[in-house]
Design a protein around this ligand. Sequence first.
Ligand code: ADP
Length: 956
Amino acid sequence: MSKKPSTEELLASISGLKNQVNILKSELKKRSEVSEPEQEKFYKAFHSNPALMAISTFYDTKYIDVNDAFLKKSGYTREEIIGHTSTELQLYVDIIQSDKFFRKLQKINKVHDFEVTIKTKTGENRTGLFSAEPIMLQGEPCLLTIINDITELKQNKEKLQQVEQRFREFAELLPGMICEADMNGNLSFANNDALENFQYSQKDLKKGVNFDQLLIPRDARRTRVNLMRRIKGNKLSASEVTAIRKDGTTFPAMAYIQPFFKKGKPVGFRGIMMDITSRKKIEEEILREKAFLEQLIESAPEAIIQCDIKGVLEIINAEFTQLFGYSRKEALGRNIDELVSSEDQRKEAVGITKEVSGGKKVAIETIRQHKNGTPVYVSILSTPIIVNNKQVGLYAIYRDITERKRAESIRQMIHNISNTVITGKTMEELFHIIQEEVSTVLDTTNFFIALYDKKTGSLTLPFFKDEKDGFQTFPAGKTITAYVIKKRKPVLLRTKDIEELEKAGEIELVGTSSKVWLGAPLRAENEIIGVVSLQSYDNEDAFDENDLELLEFISNQAGLSIDRKRAEQNLIIAKQKAEEAARVKQQFLSTMSHEIRTPMNAVLGMTHLLIQSDPRSDQMEYLNALKFSGENLLVLINDILDFSKIESGIVFFEQADFNIKEIINGIKQSFLFRTEEKGITFDTNVDPELPDSIVGDPVRLNQVLTNLIGNAVKFTEKGSITVDLNLKQETTENVEIEFSVTDTGIGIPKDKLANIFESFKQAGTDITRKYGGTGLGLAITKKLIELQNSEIFVESRVGKGSKFYFSLNFPKSKIKSEHKPVETEESYKQLEGSNILVAEDNEINFIIAKKLLEKWGAKVDHAKNGKAAIDMISKKNYDMVLMDLHMPELNGYEASKIIRTSENVKNKNIPIIALTASVMPDIQQKIERVGITDYILKPINPKELYQKVLRKIKGL
Ligand code: ADP
């Protein structure tokens, strides 16, 4: 708002003006002599001037003339202006200001470029630079005012200022330190952030700060170089710099520098810098952590690696180099699976990497390969590296377990070597296995086991494996092997040692000399029996002291094994010898019994015949004694034979259908005479529930019962003997029968009860003298029962009597047995009219058979050998042949074989009963093979002969 001037003020200014006018008048007079053409020129210039120009009267400032620009810019017509003052027109917006100009004008005669605002006729404000000066026109003082319109110029300037302001505001808003400099580096602008950080004030900036002051010299230089590159068109790039504060302290920063151009020319540059102290700190921390981790990995006692997802090595530690032999340079960048696995192991290794790359953790014990090709036992633990849920690689830890594996292998090896002894391999196999097992722990390319014969002083090599030499047996002499035997301790020799020993005369070399020779004595029972040796012809370091220790250990084991093996082999030989001796004994007994039986047959047979030939009573007495002794002798022979058969395990049990009651009756019959003689009773109680027919060996059962009953009769003087048969158990298929033999005899003392079943043992020393016997009966009985899977028991009291009992299992017979009347000798008449051929080379035996058969009504012919028998059969019709098996010319087997192939049907099927003294177990098979119908053991039991002959003739 313009303030109205006071009256005093106005009066003062008027008096002042009057003074001025006076001064001007005199001044103007001096300039009044202006020529016409000059005035002309002035007007021309006045009107064509683009500035707003006006001429007004000096004192009352009424417009006399204005130029075209004035009219155009103010919007007034000439008529509206001329004769009026600017105040009347309200041309100046700020009247006080315009008055001030006029007053100044009057004082100093001239004003120049004052900024004024004029209002146009349409009310629009325009800005101009006002200048005025008095001029003389036609002798009158006038005022020339000139206004240069700067409205557009000002508007532009304002716009520019606004842009700059916005730029500054932006610059303040941005998080970085922003500054601008000219090409010399003088800063023209720096935002608050920059000033604050660098510790400069606006004042400092105005005074002048150079960009170079903000960086350490090296970075300042670098930045300039960068700037030049940018000017040449390179892309904006950040560079890390060290910035300096006003106080000289520094901080790390990231700088982005960009030049700016005016009319294509670079005129300066702008830069943004970011304080990266905290980032640097984090980076440093990460670096420190990384270094710590690397240090940790590096110093770890296990081999540790880091790979990318494909297994390419990124980090390895010192232990890895130690374990596999690859330096960092050799390993980094290589694929782990190709680096440390042999071709055989590759598949497994790649598989593991794949599995771990798939996110799994893998732990495995396996083998890898050292750079030098040797296998390395390792346990591997491999885990994936996951960053932000993404798998980026894998870690693996390799633990060297070679030592453990070696220890395990050694344990296994020793176990295997010891085992060989137990599994019954031969010595040769044992040596082979020793070598095989040693090769699992040591290199056995050149390996031998030498056995030392003390007597001959020679060495034999039961096992020898060598690249160069070959030996079999050689004198120990002064070989290194002999040296080991002499020293009695393990020896490790390298070329140098061998040479020295040779020079000293300790050894004389045989064969190729080796780079390293290892030998340990083989000890068996404290004696050195040989040497185990390993050698290498090309590598002095192939073996060391540890290997020597191991070899000693192995050789001790091997020594023990060899020792045991030898003992075992001796045992085998002893066993073979014992078996051979038993076989010879068996053979001897068999032959002897055969040899004794044959004459016994004659003795007993003849006795039988004599008894039947009605002798005198005194002769009868001798004959009975003869018969008794003969039969006793036969029992003895049978016992011995039986026992030896049982001992050598060649007892066979027949599986025949038989009637148990008949057997018991038969036994009773055979003992009746003796019990009646002794005046004791003999009872048999057979359980009526027992089946008639069962399956088993009647002969053996008979033998067992006869033995027990025989003893009972023998040791009982008064009272009774009872045989009981009870049904213990019955199923549809089987019966279990309990047999017991009870007597009221002398009994057996308690302390002897356990002994009586042993062979050749009796209850007292006087027994033999008093009762006779060999002490074999019960031993045989026990064995026979045991062989049928049962047991015999005894209960006894001295002076009261004894009870022997046992149970046996029998399958029930499928055949219904028919009762046959017990035949007495008087009823042996059914052979009447039959023709029987007896083939027998022994004259006496023939006579016995002949007498018996003829007594039963048969007609008998004699053939002296097999050939004669065949002959006679073809000429005459016989009902049966009794065939001795041992005959000259053609024996019984051969003759029977020929008869069975005869074309004559009757002859071909004729019953043949063999007569034999042999009790060899295979007799049954042998006779069956040649088609012999049955056999009778010599000496001939008349009853057995009758029954067998009758049965065959009648075709039963
Ligand atoms: P042997 O009767 O030939 O001497 P054994 O083996 O049959 O041989 O018997 C062994 C011993 O057992 C006999 O010598 C005898 O002392 C005793 N003994 C066996 N049976 C009886 C029994 N029924 N009564 C008393 N003692 C017996």
